[in-house]
Design a protein around this ligand. Sequence first.
Ligand SMILES: NC(=O)C1=CN([C@@H]2O[C@H](COP(=O)(O)OP(=O)(O)OC[C@H]3O[C@@H](n4cnc5c(N)ncnc54)[C@H](O)[C@@H]3O)[C@@H](O)[C@H]2O)[C@@H](O)CC1
Ligand SMILES: [K+]
Length: 475
Amino acid sequence: MYGVWTVGQVRAAEDEALARTPAGALMRRAAFGVAVAAAEVLRERTGGVRGRRVVLLVGSGNNGGDALWAGHFLRRRGVAVTAVLLAPDRAHVEGLAALRRSGGRVGIADRADLVIDGIVGLSARGPLRAEAADWVSRLAAPVLAVDLPSGVDPDTGDAPGAAVDAAVTVTFGARKPVHVLSARSGDVRVVDLGLDLPDPNLRVLEAADVGRAWRLPGPADDKYTQGVTGVAAGSATYPGAAVLTTGAAVRATSGMVRYAGWAADEVRSRWPEVVATGSVADAGRVQAWVAGPGLGTGQVSRDVLGAVLGAGVPTCVDADGITLLARYPELWDRRDPDQVVVLTPHDREFARLAEPLGISLGVDRVAAARALASRLGVLVLLKGNATVIAEPDGRTLVSPAASSWLATAGSGDVLTGLVGAALAAGGDPLLAVGCASWVHVRAGVLAAGGAPTSASVVVDAIPGAVREAVVAAGR
Ligand SMILES: NC(=O)C1=CN([C@@H]2O[C@H](COP(=O)(O)OP(=O)(O)OC[C@H]3O[C@@H](n4cnc5c(N)ncnc54)[C@H](O)[C@@H]3O)[C@@H](O)[C@H]2O)[C@@H](O)CC1
Ligand SMILES: [K+]
């Protein structure tokens, strides 16, 4: 698990560190880290460092100062460095002098093996100004971003205009929200500045965390004791949603999975290990329900959702289930106040539910997810390229995107089944949902393997993803 801190938190810690270090020391340490990473990228991509060409895009603040100092360190390793000053009269004075001393050029660059983006860092506000935006839109070489990709908001990951798409970002002291919320950050490396940081604002699970938390069967277990997942999904029109949601739960644990709904025949024929019935009332005892994918929004679907919410176990509500909750708020009355409810909306479903409550999904997805979680007293998993998982008390996990292959039909149904299985296994619900999301992301990568995939293949990749996590945890 690693933490993510807001710009405000990092700034406060930096101020304290600046006060106890000699002037310029932190910047040189940061810039040295940039130069080390740049040399690595050059070696990986071109087979060497000496004689390679690096262009620095230098803005008017300390981010530009970092880039100039990094250029100075790269010059010492025989790299040809050219600095493009976007605001020549406001460029960082000591950085520019250091670059010039070591033989770096200032001017207009043509060809580059690597571009170092020092346009703007933590003080970035709004879309890039015209000249910077123009440079960014013409970039052809791979980019190493200093602190963060310019054009992306540090605290929300939003890119309101032209923005750098970095291969690598070298950040300082701590990861900020942009690094986990925006895929434009690329591969993120952190240079330690010895900052004294408070509790993080967000957390990100890693393979070993998931492997430690994932429920594995022990010698005393049987099919009932590992947590039974109940699935109320699918309809005559959408039997596939039932098959995918149930399949994800089947693949995620060796505990039992029960299905209740219209697609019992389809589910049974694809997953013979599932105990399938027509209604929630007949389904038997489960430790968690998931409801919603392909369920429909008619009266019977409404009754199904009510029955699931009243079943006295943790519940995950997705898709049509969310639409029903938005349309018939009285369904909340069926809820057992002692049991967690997890909502897994995409943006439109989020808006359906949140807008009547005066909560809008703006560019700050973390704030929006937290607001809805707190207002409804539920755990919200907001789907997106990066997934945000917020608890009513504000604790928040982020699953950064590892690829975009999961943007495929039925992918959300797979996630719902995974969440159900993780909830049924017990433990801290936030951790359970975070683990389910991690496995989903990882299964997506394994399923795709660099080429288009589909939700059924993601289902089949779930055991491989769980295995990676378990191995990482040394179990
Ligand atoms: N404070 C510290 O302890 C350290 C700071 N460091 C660096 O300092 C950076 C922060 O430096 P600054 O606070 O000077 O600010 P920045 O370098 O982030 O940016 C400030 C400048 O960018 C311009 N700017 C703002 N928004 C813009 C936009 N949309 N388009 C174009 N230009 C825009 C502003 O006019 C301002 O002159 C960090 O990101 C990091 O790179 C590092 O050297 C490590 C130590
Ligand atoms: K930058």
